[in-house]
Design a protein around this ligand. Structure first.
Ligand SMILES: C[S@@+](CC[C@H](N)C(=O)[O-])C[C@H]1O[C@@H](n2cnc3c(N)ncnc32)[C@H](O)[C@@H]1O
Length: 183
């Protein structure tokens, strides 16, 4: 697997860091079931979802459960280990509606093809968030929704970081999750 060229400066974290993160997320997912967060988004049966920065796929898998056979989830990450882990989980669980994308920005998805983009606990990793947000804006449908959380930032910081691009407007906050619409 190789990352497409010409993109931003983000690099995958070390393998050991990624493996440590998976262990941490396994515990997190027991304490805070991923489906609870997915229910705060606009994802519903039949939705087409992009989970950008999916990590080991906790939220991709919960989203796949909600969208069902009529929907689809694209699980995108910069880290080959993330893609391997999602593929393993998908295979073990017999999930049919998740497709993985290895990337550090471009998704190669069609314009206006996605109902909901998830950007969960990743914004603080991004060296050039504006270029990622431009790609997410491109693939999101006109009436689509961008769901963001990042516990590294205060509420007003998240809102201003996303809306200052002039690509998205703030729509609602549901506990730790912020939903945005396309401008
Ligand atoms: C803290 S983890 C969150 C994973 C997942 N969203 C969750 O909350 O369980 C952040 C993820 O973003 C990925 N990532 C970082 N920079 C990225 C980029 N430029 N493009 C795609 N993925 C990226 C990392 O590899 C990592 O898997």
């Amino acid at each position: 697997m190789s990352i497409p060229e010409k993109l931003n400066k983000d690099e995958p974290m070390s393998k050991s860091h990624f493996k440590f993160m998976i262990k941490h997320f396994n515990k997190r997912d027991k304490d805070y079931p991923p489906l609870n967060k997915i229910r705060k988004t606009k994802i519903k049966e039949g939705s087409i979802v992009l989970d950008y920065g999916c990590g080991p796929g906790s939220y991709s898998i919960a989203a796949a459960q909600v969208v069902g056979d009529l929907g689809k989830v694209y699980a995108a990450d910069i880290h080959p280990l993330a893609i391997d882990e999602v593929k393993n989980r998908v295979r073990e669980k017999g999930i049919k509606n998740i497709e993985t994308i290895l990337t550090n920005r471009d998704t190669n998805l069609d314009e206006n093809s996605i109902d909901v983009v998830l950007l969960l606990d990743i914004y603080h990793h991004l060296s050039d968030p504006k270029s990622i947000l431009e790609e997410l804006y491109r693939v999101l449908k006109k009436e689509g929704s961008l769901s963001v959380d990042d516990h590294h930032f205060k509420d007003d910081e998240i809102i201003s970081k996303i809306t200052s691009t002039k690509l998205f407007k703030f729509s609602e906050k549901k506990e730790e999750l912020f939903n945005f619409k396309k401008v």
